[in-house]
Design a protein around this ligand. Structure first.
Ligand code: NAP
Length: 288
């Protein structure tokens, strides 16, 4: 690998991304010179973009390619295979190995806020991030309700979880109907983009539902404090936002690429300062 290994983020549209300044801070923590570029690639250019990626030490993958990249890889880690989604590609001597570090980011972020992944969990969304959270919740023995705007998609995710964890307690719901569900929630997880810039006024569930939760995690990281988190904090719930998840998944990607082990205290400090990344966010560059 060259002295200044190059990495990047494959996705579309990338808009203003925090990934480049985040990875630069991680390179600095490791004391290495590394480059990280935003490789915004339109769907019709996907195949043509792949040869240039071979020159990279590795790359991250985001919407809409977390599934599409899989047939292009030589092998998959266990978690990437289970989730059916890849967010990190390792260039292992010319062979591409697909990984998924979102789960590590998610679990570390919950841990940092002292939020247990246990009990009765309401998961909003049934896409990529929601799938990861659903599998992790089932693996942790949670009683899981998956709520999506299309109840059929929630049911399909519950079915996939049940195939992997036959004893899992899962049930689907329509997001618009969750206020009719009886009882309280130990944890609400938001894995939809509702509340995200440029429509930060959104909230995936009503304030009345939020008030029934002991803890809330929102995968949205822009803004750092969403309406959902604000309402949950006002109701006395423990809260955690998506920025720490973003930081921890990026650190895990660099660990895969380099074999380096970060000091968890350094990453925790980076999470605390992560708000500052917004001022340094970058727009994409063209693939050479
Ligand atoms: P995705 O695969 O596109 O899934 C999005 C999910 O949200 C789908 O279930 C979708 O439903 C639902 N949804 C979209 N718009 C909605 C709306 N207006 N009302 C209700 N539901 C809606 O995306 P993803 O990768 O899972 O990402 C979801 C969110 O998590 C995004 O905000 C993303 O930025 C965030 N995320 C954060 C991190 C982190 O590190 N913090 C990592 C990954 C993702 P349909 O299928 O009906 O469209």
């Amino acid at each position: 690998m060259p002295d200044s290994p190059q990495f990047g983020l494959l996705g579309h549209p990338l808009g203003h991304s925090l990934s480049a300044p985040l990875h630069r801070r991680l390179f600095k923590l490791r004391g290495v010179a590394g480059g990280y570029r935003l490789l915004d690639t339109a769907p019709e250019d996907f195949e043509a973009a792949l040869p240039a990626l071979r020159a990279l030490g590795g790359f991250n993958v985001t919407i809409p390619y977390k599934q599409r990249i899989i047939p292009c890889l030589d092998s998959l880690s266990e978690k990437a295979r289970v989730y059916g989604a890849v967010n990190t590609v390792e260039n292992r001597g010319g062979k591409w190995v697909g990984h998924n570090t979102d789960a590590e980011g998610f679990l570390r972020a919950l841990g940092a806020a002292d939020i247990p992944l246990s009990g009765r969990v309401l998961l909003c969304g049934a896409g990529g991030a929601a799938s990861m959270m659903a599998f992790e919740a089932a693996a942790h023995g949670c009683r899981l309700i998956v709520a999506a705007r299309d109840r059929e998609k929630a049911a399909a995710l519950c079915q996939r979880v049940a195939e992997r964890f036959p004893a899992a307690d899962t049930s689907p719901a329509a997001l618009a109907q969750v206020q009719t569900l009886p009882g309280d929630f130990d944890l609400i997880l938001n894995a939809t983009p509702v509340g995200m810039f440029p429509r930060p006024e959104g909230c995936p569930v009503s304030a009345a539902v939020v008030r029934r939760a002991k803890a809330v995690f929102d995968a949205v990281y822009n803004p750092a404090e969403t309406v959902l988190l604000r309402e949950a904090a006002a109701a006395g719930a423990k809260t955690q936002g998506g920025l720490p998840m973003l930081v921890w998944q990026a650190a895990a990607a660099q660990e895969i690429w380099s074999g380096f082990a970060f000091d968890p205290g350094d990453i925790a400090r980076l999470c605390e300062e992560a708000d500052g990344l917004f001022a340094e966010s970058e727009t994409p560059t063209a693939i050479p």
